[in-house]
Design a protein around this ligand. Structure first.
Ligand code: GCO
Ligand code: ZN
Length: 299
């Protein structure tokens, strides 16, 4: 393992930066600012940022195989035509609720788009409980509800062999696992794999590495931790210069860089003065592991 280095690469601050996805063909990082509300792309070669506003809170954005993106925005899955800056509804969820919104989401190895909802927060991590659900959007645009009673639907990813699905409902302070059926997209046998320690704050976004270990963003704890889901142990801690760490993904050459998003929402003047990079995106190098390229929605 080389020397771990943390560098601030995206200096434009996001209220809640989230959902990073590496786009290999353009060497860009795609992400959202949930409260922007906007979708952005940072070009790692030119350092330019391109953004487009959405109508309401946007929890996640993923690439679409046929071009453009799909987002979990408000209570809808929607298609984004990036060139035309146009958004069109694909499907609506939480139809009997009025105060929920999409949060984190990701595409499974078969091209289904999984994303969860939560009640809109009064303050960070303060919200009406049990209002969220986990959904997936199938390639035929039908929606599957996997479960409800979620407090704050957050990070998710699949094991490299596609046999397990890992999931975070932030207010459980755990990472959970399910058996995953890649043929049907079905989840079974929910169990805990890791409980956060007190100084690890609130579990937020996550990503898997090529060795099947989980990189978990620790909101309010200024760190990303690497977890072995087989043993339920923490293998490594990477500290960042800001507290509100929201998510991470691998990217860059050979997927060896870890990109880490952050937020400044809910911080007062004093803490903002102490953490002038709150809301920026960081690149961690020298970890000695690789990630897995992201999947695109196949519908
Ligand atoms: O980034 C997200 O996923 C949420 O939308 C945020 O609101 C934080 O996670 C939350 O406040 C911490 O618990
Ligand atoms: Zn999150």
């Amino acid at each position: 393992m080389g020397t771990v280095k943390v560098e601030c690469v995206v200096k434009e601050q996001n209220e809640i930066g989230e959902g990073p996805v590496w786009e290999e063909k353009d060497a860009t990082l795609l992400y959202v600012d949930i409260y922007g509300p906007k979708i952005s792309r940072w070009n790692s070669l030119t350092n330019q940022i391109e953004s487009m506003h959405t109508e309401t809170y946007v929890g996640c954005v993923v690439p679409r195989r046929s071009g453009g993106y799909v987002i979990g925005e408000g209570r809808r899955f929607a298609a984004v035509d990036w060139e035309k800056r146009a958004i069109t509804t694909i499907a609506t969820v939480d139809t009997e609720k009025s105060n929920t919104r999409f949060n984190d989401g990701k595409v499974d190895p078969a091209g289904r788009f999984f994303a969860g909802t939560m009640a809109v927060e009064v303050r960070p991590a303060e919200l009406e409980r049990k209002q969220g659900s986990l959904y997936s959007l199938r390639p035929d645009h039908s929606v599957v509800t996997h479960f409800d009673q979620v407090d704050l639907s957050n990070g998710l990813d699949w094991s490299p062999d596609h046999r397990f699905f890992y999931y975070v409902d932030s207010l459980t302070y755990m990472v959970e696992a399910f058996d995953y059926d890649i043929h049907t997209g079905g989840l079974a046998n929910r169990r805990m794999v890791y409980r956060l320690e007190n100084d690890e704050g609130i579990p937020d976004g996550m990503c898997i590495d090529a060795e099947g270990k989980i990189w978990l963003a620790c909101y309010s704890a200024g760190r990303v931790v690497r977890i072995d889901p087989q043993t339920g142990t923490r293998l490594q801690t990477v500290k960042l210069p800001v507290a509100k760490i929201t998510s991470c993904c691998f990217g860059g050459k050979d997927y060896t860089d870890l990109f880490v998003t952050s937020a400044y929402k809910g911080m007062d003047e004093e803490s903002l003065a102490k953490q002038p990079q709150a809301g920026c995106i960081f690149k961690v190098t020298g970890l000695g592991v690789k990630g897995i390229p992201p999947y695109s929605f196949s519908g």
